[in-house]
Structures are given as structure tokens and as C-alpha cells.
Design a protein around this ligand. Structure first.
Ligand code: HEC
Length: 120
């Protein structure tokens, strides 16, 4: 009995230290920061990384261009941007042919939209 009580924290520590090796888990522990999301420094870089290969003004797949604030706002206002990245029924799941964005990235975009999708 005494041994298990002594061992428990050690075993727990072992697991915690192992998990901390994983940067994504570390991030989960600190939570997802959705405060003060900016279009210029948060939203646009996400779109540049995950969407721009298909939604730049040359490719315009599906007639969707996400280069400027005004273009992004159009797809925010008709609710298709959030529906597609959240893989909601009735929307084309985005990024097409790619992995779904991680939860925190989606939460950031959603938080920005809930703030009124400002051009900041
Ligand atoms: C590999 C190419 C590709 C990538 C990457 C991609 N898309 Fe698309 N997207 C398409 C195509 C093709 C269509 C039109 C056909 C369709 O709706 O499935 C489309 C359609 C859309 C639509 C309209 C969906 C609807 O239901 O009306 C939105 C909004 C959109 N994309 C947003 C995004 C966002 C945001 C990202 C990044 C997170 C992204 N796309 C990444 C190819 C892509």
C-alpha cells in the first residue's frame, strides 16, 4: 500500500514529462489563445498557408479567392468559410484534399468572425 502511494506521483510524473516532449500537447496544456485575433497577423497567415494554393486570383478554384480582406469577408458573410473549415454538413470540406485544420486554428478564425470579422 505504501509503495503504491509513493509510486503514483512518480508514474504520473513520468507520463507528464513524456507528454511534454510533444509540442502539440504542450500547447493543449496552455490552451488555445483566441484573444485579440487580427486579420493581418492571424487569419491571413492561416489562409496563406492552408488555402492560398487553390484560392489565389490565378487558380480561383470554385470561384473562391481569399487574397484580400474584402474577398475573405464575402465568404465569411455568406457563412461558407466557417462551414467549410468546420466540415459542417452542406458545405464543401476545406482544405480540399487536405487535413482538417486543427481545433485551435479553427477557434481562432471563429473568434475573429464573432468579433465582427474586423479589418485589423
Ligand atoms: C487543393 C485545393 C484547395 C485548397 C487547399 C482549399 N480549397 Fe477551398 N475549394 C477548392 C475547390 C475545388 C472548391 C470548389 C469545389 C467545392 O466546393 O468542393 C473550393 C470551395 C471553397 C469554398 C466554397 C465552399 C462552399 O461550400 O460553397 C470555400 C469557402 C473555400 N473553398 C474555402 C477554403 C479555405 C478557407 C481553405 C483553407 C482552409 C481552402 N478552401 C483550401 C479547393 C481548395
Amino acid at each position: 500500500m505504501k509503495w503504491t502511494i509513493l509510486l503514483l506521483p512518480i508514474v504520473l510524473l513520468f507520463f507528464v514529462s513524456c507528454e511534454s516532449d510533444n509540442i502539440e500537447d504542450l500547447f493543449k496544456e496552455t490552451g488555445c489563445n483566441t484573444e485579440n485575433i487580427r486579420f493581418s497577423s492571424d487569419v491571413l497567415p492561416i489562409l496563406n498557408t492552408h488555402c492560398m494554393s487553390c484560392h489565389n486570383s490565378l487558380a480561383q478554384l470554385g470561384g473562391v479567392v481569399l487574397e484580400s480582406y474584402e474577398e475573405v469577408l464575402f465568404w465569411v458573410n455568406n457563412e461558407r468559410l466557417l462551414g467549410s473549415i468546420k466540415h459542417l454538413p452542406g458545405f464543401s470540406p476545406m482544405p480540399q484534399a487536405g487535413l482538417k485544420l486543427d481545433d485551435c486554428t479553427i477557434e481562432k478564425i471563429e473568434a475573429w468572425i464573432q468579433e465582427g470579422a474586423p479589418d485589423n
